[in-house]
Design a protein around this ligand. Structure first.
Ligand SMILES: [Zn+2]
Length: 145
């Protein structure tokens, strides 16, 4: 099944089931997303094919292989996963993406120990938070370099 077909299938199931199937472990902050606002292509930008297969298995009970090129994203400086839609570059006016995996806002910080006002903490704090609140459904969601 292609990524496009996978999106269509997930979207269909999602719209039928409303909240009968708990997507929250798979789709970040699902509860806060209104049904109409749900933009599946955006939600799964850069997500691995393996994760989409896993999600389809969870919601349909069918094992399918999802194939197709994964959208190329930029590496989050905090967690190291490719989750950011643009690199931090104040000259170009890009950056300040919030990582959907670790929630770090990319403000150009490179020192993992320094306190960052936007993030109300350091990268090290965020990494520790991840270690403590480990979501097993997210382990293969994002790609690494
Ligand atoms: Zn991150």
């Amino acid at each position: 099944m292609s990524r496009k077909d996978a999106y269509k299938l997930i979207e269909k199931v999602h719209s039928y089931t409303n909240k009968e199937i708990d997507f929250s472990n798979y789709i970040k902050e699902y509860q806060e997303i209104e049904q109409e606002e749900f933009d599946i292509e955006y939600e799964f930008l850069g997500v691995s094919n393996g994760f989409l297969s896993e999600l389809i298995y969870a919601i349909t009970g069918y094992k399918v292989e999802v194939y197709g090129e994964v959208e190329e994203l930029f590496t989050c400086p905090c967690c190291g996963y490719k989750t950011l839609t643009e690199p931090f570059n104040p000259k170009e006016g890009t950056g300040y993406d919030i990582c959907p995996y670790c929630n770090w806002e990319d403000d150009g910080t490179t020192d993992i120990q320094s306190y960052c006002a936007i993030n109300k903490g350091s990268m090290l704090d965020y990494r520790n938070k991840l270690r403590l609140n480990f979501n097993k459904y997210y382990t293969n969601k994002w790609l690494k370099n």
